[in-house]
Design a protein around this ligand. Structure first.
Ligand code: GLC
Length: 588
């Protein structure tokens, strides 16, 4: 049995300790968490009402998705005032009360910082777009039109925006285009302008002075663009607009800007996790998260959630195998140990479909087992653990028979409209697109939290802004709270075990059993930090007979099981384990 050797890492002292390394962080999507005032939309007071629930889950911190003033073109990721709250979500006082209440319970408060772009309704942009010579004229990225041979004007380059169409929007008053990598109502800030950088630092201080403990930094890798903003190479033949990420996913001044942000964070002893799509190179990741770099504490790296994305963009399919997944996990788990960086562990968030629907193939009666297996998989790795609301219930993606009218996300709707044009006359192409859209749409994660079997799943007394997933009659917090073997109680036990065995499960090193098996994942944590901890998981809905390494068999015989998806003892047959569907166990 080949077990990866990690001789170098075994010789160093291992990671230093910090609260944010040991924390399990619960992500709240405010629109869909809990409506306290009966308007169909979640709010900050709704979060305050549910603090007992969060504490009983055993999480250490809350990451609140944007609640700032916003026209809500992109659900609050388009901010028009960083120092005020979107009215339906509540007031600044509510946020202060939430922060104090979390602190009163020994929990931390993490806010979303969205500073690659603002809303087009932000006063900066309102002024910036008004003329070429106002005081904010250089706050955004403006460029001259490109003139085509026939004399008509066109965007300055061929970059596609994330939510469809060109990344550029024409403005009459300036006779120029501005860049918006997401949607036209989300203009990109110009970080080359030192005034912009100072403003961002001020915004951070505003919130840090209110006592918040850290930031999740939205697409923070995109704040520096390659000067000149060159045309992207054609990687999607037949499409008018091309992915330009090679020119903005990791621009030349990124590290400098991040060091600037870190300077502010350090003054308040706060931490930051950066969202970094399209950053895959070891050297680039290391330059941001290696502790001696003094940039970010950790990043959301996208290899796992991009695993099923094909060459033709997010809504094109790609097959993945369990060994693909194991390879990704092994790579980042061992890498962070070597560079003294840190992992952010996640399978879900507000931009991703529900993990149990996306990453497991299960019979309906095995859904809860599959969700617990995934919990064990992610929850026994090294890093800071992120749990997205509803993940602890094993919530599922949206039912396949829902009409697209129920979808609310501009990414889904815009890409659908584009696909209708693009696949005109190509029924098969459209069918594949639709299957993938349903599988990966962000809407899957955004349906209201399922609290109980009452009207609207107990989320709201009014018609919710987005339809409640029909699964709520079965999957809801109240019911799962009462069932000792539920997904919810499994998560509670898992988070407890992570605390109890923090040396091994948080700080220990990681060794993957590299046997190429397509059904079973097995890894050992520890390596001199705490006792060895072994996790073994059957990722499939079938029973498998799996050849176990001797060291695992010894751990089973002489150790204790700290968590497992089946109540009875593991079934051993000689040197093999007979693992039932989604059987998952951790032994110490
Ligand atoms: C991030 C957010 C996503 C948002 C985008 C633009 O990816 O997580 O929800 O649409 O940035 O701000």
């Amino acid at each position: 049995m080949a077990i990866m050797t990690v001789t170098e890492t075994q010789t160093h002292k291992g990671p230093s300790r910090a609260w944010w390394k040991e924390a399990s962080i619960y992500q709240i999507y405010p629109a869909s968490f809990k409506d306290s005032n009966g308007d169909g939309l979640g709010d900050v007071r709704g979060v305050i009402q549910k603090l007992d629930y969060l504490q009983s889950l055993g999480v250490d911190a809350v990451w609140l998705c944007p609640i700032y003033k916003s026209p809500q073109k992109d659900m609050g990721y388009d901010i028009s005032d960083y120092r005020d709250i979107h009215e339906p979500y509540g007031t600044l006082q509510d946020v202060e009360e939430l922060t104090a209440a979390l602190h009163g319970r020994g929990m931390k408060m993490v806010m979303d910082l969205v500073v690659n772009h603002t809303s087009d309704q932000h006063v900066w942009f309102q002024e910036s777009k008004s003329s070429r010579d106002n005081s904010k004229h250089d706050f955004y990225i403006w460029k001259e039109p490109r003139l085509l041979e026939n004399g008509t004007r066109a965007p300055p380059n061929n970059w596609a925006s994330a939510f469809g169409g060109s990344a550029w929007t024409y403005n009459e008053a300036r006779d120029q285009y501005y860049l918006g990598l997401f949607c036209p109502e989300q203009p990109d800030l110009n970080w080359e302008n030192p005034q912009v950088v100072r403003e961002v630092h001020d915004i951070m201080e505003f919130w840090l002075k209110k006592g918040i403990d850290g930031f999740r930094m939205d697409v923070i890798n995109m704040i520096s663009k390659v000067p000149g903003l060159p045309d992207a190479p054609i990687t999607l033949p037949g499409r008018q607009w091309q992915p330009g990420d090679m020119y903005y996913a990791y621009g030349p001044r990124l590290n400098e800007y991040l060091q600037g942000l870190r300077g502010i964070l350090d003054r308040y002893n706060a931490f930051a996790v950066g969202e970094m799509p399209n950053v895959k190179k070891d050297s680039q990741v290391a330059a941001v998260v290696a502790s001696d770099r003094k940039e970010l504490n950790m990043i959301f790296q996208f290899d796992i959630v991009d695993m099923d994305i094909g060459d033709d963009g997010k809504f094109s399919p790609r097959d993945w195998s369990l060994n693909t997944l194991k390879g990704i996990v092994n790579r980042w788990q061992t890498f962070m140990y070597e560079i003294d960086g840190w992992n952010a562990l996640f399978l879900e968030n507000h931009d991703q479909a529900r993990s149990v629907s996306r990453f497991t193939k299960h019979r309906p009666e095995h859904r809860a087992l599959a969700a617990k297996m995934l919990a064990t998989f992610i929850g026994t790795q090294s890093g800071t653990l992120y749990i997205y609301q509803g993940q602890e219930l094993g919530m599922t993606s949206l039912p396949e028979d829902w009409s697209l009218d129920e979808f609310r996300d501009l990414e889904s709707l815009n890409h659908h409209a584009e696909a209708v044009e693009y696949f005109r006359g190509n029924e098969e192409g459209m069918k594949v697109f639709m299957r993938d859209l349903r599988k990966k749409a962000r809407d899957n994660a955004r349906s209201p939290m399922q609290w109980n079997t009452e009207e609207n799943a107990g989320f709201s007394s009014a018609t919710p802004w987005m339809r409640v997933n029909d699964s709520y009659t079965e999957i809801n917090a109240k019911r799962l709270d009462n069932e000792s073997s539920s997904v919810l109680n499994y998560w509670r036990n898992l988070l407890k075990a992570r605390k109890e065995h923090v040396d091994s499960l948080v700080y220990g090193n990681f060794e993957l059993v590299q046997d190429g098996d397509e059904a079973v994942v097995c890894f050992r944590r520890g390596g001199g930090h705490g006792a060895d901890a072994w996790t073994v998981l059957n990722f499939t809905d079938d029973e498998v007979l799996w050849q176990a390494p001797d060291a695992l068999l010894q751990a089973i015989a002489g150790g204790k099981q700290v968590i497992g998806t089946y109540d009875d003892a593991v079934v051993r047959e000689g040197n093999k384990l007979r693992l039932r569907p989604f059987e998952a166990r951790t032994f110490i």
